[in-house]
Design a protein around this ligand. Structure first.
Ligand code: URA
Length: 233
């Protein structure tokens, strides 16, 4: 059971204060009845309407962001602009956090949610969720690089990486890298270990979730029903 005002605020459309005002103004109905007040408890799945229109009372929210370079993948920071600052206030109130991190200068797919269990599933090292990155390097990638990735290369500090895929594109300074783990700066460090430093990096997919090619850099949208279903949500 959830308080009615809290439940309305959890949709991201209203603040708690606005929700209380809507309830007091008689614009909210619960199972067809006018509630006594904002503190009324509501069973999950009960039909709640505002101005006669049903609202979704789910509390988990899933946002796809096409992260731009220059913002950090944290929820707050005293100095730097964060990925959360790219979302409207209503969404920021919902306790969203990024599922995994991209470097400040990396672009592309970032999932933001308040669904902790899902984040755990996607990030757990033993789940081996594939992450695909598009990269441009300073240098020309070749068969030896592809083979080194395939075998699992060793970074400058001795860290051993699991086998990864390096698909070299028509321009040999460009490639798709598929990783099944997420070590710190991993793509950059793997390519640096081959003497071909990354000059551009963008994440294209994470498990079943693919960056929407029509989503401009710096913009976000809610996940579709299909995308949520693919994540088991
Ligand atoms: N690998 C990196 O080096 N940076 C990222 O942001 C993601 C993967």
């Amino acid at each position: 059971m959830e308080r009615l005002d809290k439940l309305l605020a959890a949709t991201g459309r209203w603040s708690r204060k606005e929700a209380k005002a809507l309830i007091k103004a008689g614009r909210v109905q619960v199972a067809g009845e006018r509630p006594a007040g904002p503190e009324d408890k509501v069973e999950p799945g009960t039909l709640v309407t505002v101005d006669g229109r049903p609202i979704s009372t789910e509390t988990y929210v899933y946002v796809m962001l096409n992260k731009p370079a220059g913002v950090i993948s944290s929820t707050e920071d005293p100095r730097e602009e964060t990925v959360l600052s790219l979302l409207p206030n209503q969404l920021r109130r919902l306790g969203l956090f990024p599922v995994g991190r991209l470097d400040k200068d990396t672009e592309g797919l970032l999932l933001l949610t308040n669904d902790g269990p899902l984040a755990h599933q996607l990030l757990a090292p033993n789940r081996h969720v594939d992450k695909v990155y598009y990269t441009e390097v300073d240098g020309q990638l070749d068969e030896a690089d592809r083979e080194a990735f395939r075998e699992g290369l060793t970074l400058a500090d001795g860290t051993v990486c699991r086998p990864a895929a390096l698909e070299i594109l028509a321009d040999p300074s460009q490639a798709l890298v598929t990783l099944r783990e997420g070590k710190y700066h991993q793509v950059k460090r793997m390519l640096a270990a081959r003497g071909k430093p990354v000059v551009y990096l963008k994440r294209l997919s994470m498990g079943p979730l693919t960056l929407d090619p029509s989503l401009p850099t710096g913009r976000w949208r809610m996940l579709s029903q299909e995308e949520r279903a693919a994540l088991g949500r």
